[in-house]
Design a binder for this molecule. Structure first.
Ligand code: MLT
Length: 427
């Protein structure tokens, strides 16, 4: 196969190199397109545009494949801990026991927040959405750890920032929840592991000993792994483009949290539960709801995906986990039955099959989070906790590659040149 792509513009031939990835993905490198032709490309939403080369996560949308650093998501979800997967995404390899133990110990030493950060929580009304609190407090970490702002900080300083963020995000998330409930803040306990500590800070009370449920710990570990990275999705692309301006990791991740908050992105899991609750409250059948979806009077949240064209491998894993967790916890959630009926209807109805509309990762995750005792507006916070190592790994990859600042071009469609009009002559 020719190593060049040929484009003919206004009768003139131009050749551009073809890049082939390690899984055979092909791209046309148009890095010099405008210089040599005067043309740019236009690809609103970047559906056909690769922003970078990355060695972190591989997706095959047609085959429903998801791998972190080459390891299949099915194996990692079943066999690994979230901290192992975080290490893999951030540093590139699965850790040895000694490396994982050192990583865990470093994180444990940094789980506390500066006492002055409590004043930031106090400044929020109890009705504040936890995602807004999360991004605000993460951004505020630059005030408490200003060394992270230096774009030329040493590798050790950068790695300390990585460890601090991994360590503190669960505390920030748990405290934003506790603060919204007017409940006492629970300080991290060094005897607990990463997931256990989060659950302790979320649900323990100062008055009683807290008993961890291994089913809940295992479920949360799996959910966080399934959300840990997903190549160049909206929030990760946000983290990368902010990082490309040499902004700090805290600022880049705070921006990613805000992007993830969008209902078309990480907010979808909250939208799914609200949709299922509405169906249950309305008393209409899933068959009637499906008809409403078809005549476009309602949206079917948690279905379809920009990349996966047949099924989201994470949804298959989550669906089984959902059954196991609810059975093990003895939770009977009527919306789970509604969810299963919707899924069956969508998978068998030509309307959805033709449009490649099938459950994605958001469809079942909300049901599990609710079974774990989390309130709906925390679901996207859980997505952010899971996605953090992916954001960090992608940010590090961009910085280590010394990529240029991200600055897309545009096709201008506004007014042509025109003279200023005094205000007396307007209107
Ligand atoms: C994700 O995991 O980020 C979502 O599936 C969205 C995406 O990949 O575009």
């Amino acid at each position: 196969m020719s190593q060049d792509a040929e484009i003919i513009l206004e009768g003139k031939s131009y050749k551009f190199p073809i890049v082939v990835g390690s899984e055979g993905e092909k791209a046309i490198d148009i890095g010099k397109l405008r210089d040599v032709t005067g043309y740019i490309t236009l690809d609103t939403g970047y559906k056909n545009t690769g922003a970078t080369k990355s060695a972190i996560t591989f997706l095959d949308g047609e085959q429903g494949v998801l791998r972190y650093r080459g390891y299949p998501i099915e194996e990692l979800a079943e066999k690994a801990s979230f901290l192992e997967v975080s290490y893999l995404l951030i540093y590139g390899e699965l850790p040895t026991e000694a490396q994982l133990d050192a990583f865990r110990k470093r994180i444990t030493r940094h789980t506390n927040l500066h006492e002055d950060i409590k004043k930031i929580f106090d400044g929020f009304p109890s009705t504040a959405h936890p995602m807004g609190v999360l991004s605000s407090v993460v951004s505020a970490l630059t005030a408490f750890y200003p060394g992270a702002i230096n774009p030329n900080s040493s590798d050790d300083e950068e790695d300390l920032t990585v460890v601090r963020l991994m360590a503190k995000l669960p505390t920030i998330a748990a405290w934003s929840y506790r603060n919204s409930k007017g409940q006492p803040l629970m300080y991290p306990k060094n005897k607990y592991g990463y997931v256990e500590n989060f659950l302790y800070m979320m649900f323990a009370t100062p008055n009683e000993d807290y008993e961890l449920d291994p089913i809940v710990v295992s479920a949360l570990n799996k959910l966080l792994i399934l959300h840990a990275d997903h190549e160049q999705n909206c929030s990760t692309s946000t983290v990368r483009i902010v990082g490309s301006a040499k902004a700090s990791l805290y600022s880049s991740v705070a921006a990613g949290i805000n992007a993830l908050w969008g209902p078309l992105h990480g907010g979808a899991n909250q939208e799914v539960i609200e949709m299922l609750d509405e169906i249950q409250a309305s008393g209409i059948s899933t068959k009637e709801y499906i008809e409403k979806v078809k005549n476009k009077t309602v949206r079917l949240m948690g279905f379809g995906h920009r990349v996966y064209k047949n099924f989201d491998p994470r949804a298959k894993i989550i669906k089984k986990a959902c059954d196991d967790i609810l059975n093990n916890l003895g939770v009977k959630d009527p919306v789970l039955e509604i969810a299963k009926e919707l899924e069956q209807a969508a998978l068998s109805d030509p309307y959805f099959v033709e449009r490649k509309l099938y459950p994605n990762v958001d469809f079942y995750s909300g049901i599990i989070y609710r079974a774990l005792g989390l309130q709906t507006d925390l679901f996207t916070v859980m997505f952010a906790l899971g996605r953090l190592p992916g954001w960090i790994g992608q940010w590090k990859e961009l910085r280590d590659a010394n990529e240029p600042i991200g600055r897309p071009r545009q096709v201008y469609t506004g007014y042509n040149n025109r003279p200023y009009v005094d205000i007396q002559q307007r209107g």
